[in-house]
Design a binder for this molecule. Structure first.
Ligand SMILES: Cc1cc2nc3c(=O)[nH]c(=O)nc-3n(C[C@H](O)[C@H](O)[C@H](O)COP(=O)(O)O)c2cc1C
Length: 171
């Protein structure tokens, strides 16, 4: 898939086939995530790969907007490791870029995914820390639910010329 076409056609996928995602593809996705840009190249990310059905069901039960995890073959918890940070607060931006890279790489490989927000909701951060034994100093950031799509989610037109301001702000 061509990169630009992939960016434009990616949509959140919330219904999955039961087909497993191979370790080879999981490695590809994590590699793409780790190739994201980061502030001062600090790369503060850590990833918990979750294939355990019971754990995925628990995520669906405890996260208010991640019901799709109950029927997914795979989830990846993206975390920020504060010990890796060089520029305070930038781990959030770095983990956002890693999450998006992971989603785009999944799309390129025919795997659908949905970014389920964890940080900055304190109760969700707490839930994921406990659920996946995340140590102190490492903060759960996003839970990406993944699997082969059960249906095609159509792309929508989002280009909005009114959001573009030439040389200075124009209203
Ligand atoms: C920070 C963030 C948190 C999100 N959290 C959730 C979530 O908890 N559950 C969910 O189903 N989708 C979640 N999404 C996905 C958005 O709902 C989705 O990206 C948006 O509606 C646009 O649709 P698209 O991804 O198909 O383009 C989240 C997306 C972002 C960027």
């Amino acid at each position: 898939m061509e990169l630009y076409e992939g960016i434009i056609s990616r949509r959140s996928v919330r219904r999955f086939r039961t087909k497993e995602v191979s370790q080879d593809i999981i490695d590809n996705l994590l590699k793409a995530a780790m190739h994201a840009p980061s502030a001062a190249n600090e790369m503060p990310w850590e990833f918990v790969v979750v294939r355990d059905v019971e754990a995925l069901k628990k995520v669906a039960e405890l996260h208010p907007y991640a019901q799709m995890a109950a029927d997914a073959p795979l989830g990846v918890l993206v975390c920020g490791n504060l010990a890796q940070e060089k520029l305070s607060g930038n781990w959030v931006l770095d983990c956002s870029a890693a999450t998006q890279n992971l989603l785009l790489a999944a799309h390129a490989k025919g795997v659908g995914g949905c970014w389920c927000g964890v940080y900055p909701e304190a109760d969700r951060v707490d839930i994921f820390k406990k659920l996946f034994s995340v140590p102190d100093g490492v903060i759960p950031f996003s839970f990406v639910v993944l699997g082969y799509p059960l249906e095609e989610v159509k792309q929508t037109e989002r280009f909005d010329a009114s959001r573009i301001h030439l040389e200075k702000w124009t209203s």
